[in-house]
Design a protein around this ligand. Sequence first.
Ligand code: 2NE
Length: 275
Amino acid sequence: PAWKVAKTYTDILYHKAEGIAKITINRPEKRNAFRPETVMEMHDALIDAREDLTVGVILLTGAGPHADGKYAFCAGGDQSVRGHAGYVGGDGVPRLNILDVQKLIRSMPKVVIALVAGYAIGGGHVLHIVCDLSIAADNAICGQVGPKMGSFDGGFGSSYLARIVGQKKAREIWYLCRQYNAQQALDMGLVNTVVPIAELEAEGVKWAREIMGHSPLAIRCLKSAFNADVDGQSGLQELAGNATLLYYMSEEAKEFHGAQREKRKPDARKFPWLP
Ligand code: 2NE
């Protein structure tokens, strides 16, 4: 598509075209590891995509290749700014704000597709886990590293991972900290498909265009239904929020709201008590 720059940032690129937003982590010299500022920019772009009525699909990817020829989706938190209580930004405050981005990706009523080329490691691997769909390039390398470098993700990074690949495999991934290639990731259901690196973005756009041809409300309700199955009360909140949204759009809700505003008795008998 004819990508247009949607907003200019320091650590990420943000484009839009045809109702598709594309967020590219742009720190290839760090294997696209994120610092607090990177995460704030990702959050800002995701909110923009969520609020844009024309956007239905968000592609999340990493810039590359780096000058050494290697690709990365994301290598997790930037270890050079890891401090006493998290990742320290320019303001001196330690944060683990990638968790906000994980929650936003998961709860936003639009489809987020990870395009994974090269390394998806540590918190970078969790980023693709929380996306609705993952399309891997044939050079993708997936893995967790926490237990060998002093970290772990006991949230979506472990519990949702286990829902995807099963308990045994999820424990293997975290306890052994091995790296898995694209075919292995596909075999364990960790990614949806694998394509040659040169076709990665085109494949993502193809999937996005297919989704964009479908019903926004149906996709919205499906995403919250998938989440509700695993996300406890916050999942139910999303699902129920959609019920309220649809109710607001009904003649019945409009009659009761109108009656209250007009200080009259609602005509309740107009509406059926459906079986
Ligand atoms: C990703 C991996 C396996 C790639 O290896 P390789 O050999 O291809 O690259 P190399 O030489 O390690 O890295 C290239 C440059 O990128 C930097 C490196 O320091 C290096 O810089 P220079 O020496 O050329 O200046 N780089 C790579 N990853 C980085 C990172 N995460 N932070 C800062 N700089 C990074 C290999 O690079 C690797 O294993 N990287 C580290 C992976 C890692 O430890 N990630 C953090 C896990 S914890 C986490 O993500 C997290 C958390 O702790 C809490 C909440 C959320 C997330």
